[in-house]
Design a protein around this ligand. Sequence first.
Ligand code: THG
Length: 367
Amino acid sequence: MALISLSRRLRRTPFSDGVEAAGVRGYTVYNRMLLPTMFRSVEEDYRHLKEAVQIWDVAVERQVELRGPDAGRLMQMLTPRDLRSMLPGQCYYVPIVDETGGMLNDPVAVKLAEDRWWISIADSDLLLWVKGVAYGYRLDVLVTEPDVSPLAIQGPKSDELMSRVFGDRVRDLRFFRFGWFEFMGRDLVIARSGYSKQGGFEIYVEGSDIGMPLWNALIEAGKDLDVHAGCPNLIERIEGGLLSYGNDMTEDNTPHECGLGRFCNTNTAIGCVGRDALLRVAKEGPVKQIRPIEIHGSAVPPCDRLWPVMDGDLHVGNVSSAAWSPDYNTNVAIGMVRMTHWNTGTELDVITPNGVQPATVYEAFWT
Ligand code: THG
């Protein structure tokens, strides 16, 4: 195994010292920043995530800040989700599309105030698109990447850990809502959200200088809770059907193909630059869509290229993410499947690096 060479282009995070001290064993690159992928092993991390509580350096979830009188108008131009009823204090999972209806990102939008939003982005250079739209339409809005780095607390004991550091009031947060909580004299946004199905919070750490003090305070407060550094877990996120931009979908896919039609209100999302294109595809419906796929047989290696999904000699889809699941005792996977073959129970083959492995298509994910 080769190493990733570090340089200034590959950004560290405010928590990198803590991640290294915790014995990180693997990284990926995400938004030109380091994202841990493994601490003890992916399977040990998975078990621990489901039983205890973990602290995740997800600073790679960079924020695109919109500030000014046109911030709300610009936000609605970016997404086919209708934002008119969204209130400050809410977070929305929002597909971001270009003028063809192609997915540019699948971030969490955080509405701080009528004239101030954060877009908590997945792995693509969304800042450039947003600045381009704002400039092209001469909008009265500032578009920046602020010094804000999310730290996620995930797992069944996250309420207990968080209440020890921020007080019992964090327990009252509802899913995808946020509140303001004090740490070292700073007011921080904390939301009940995160890239796992085990429950938890995301702390939007504003000011890199308090990154390590907060990390250390959480580790210290959670000693008896078996707290450990963790990271988005490949197995757990596939079981839960959490999509990974750049892996499970790209700019070549519409939100409907990604199964994100439930986050689109294309009829009423007036101003969305992809609205006309999406109105056309939404009427017809997609001809392929993301599905959970069980891959039978031996454990598969990491999916670092598309694996063809076959009906005999017919190529009917591709697997984009896959992992061996200890809890389901099978390989869990995410793939895009043609409509002729996407019904629950359809039996197909996947060409994995192991060879041809039988597979079953499902409609609902494992959790
Ligand atoms: N949190 C924050 N920013 C992020 C992510 C995150 N940016 C990058 C990446 N993750 C963006 N992608 C996702 C994908 C899924 C979810 C959030 C961001 C998610 N989905 C839930 C689900 O599908 O069950 C809930 C969606 C809903 O019901 O609204 O949470 O994780 N800050």
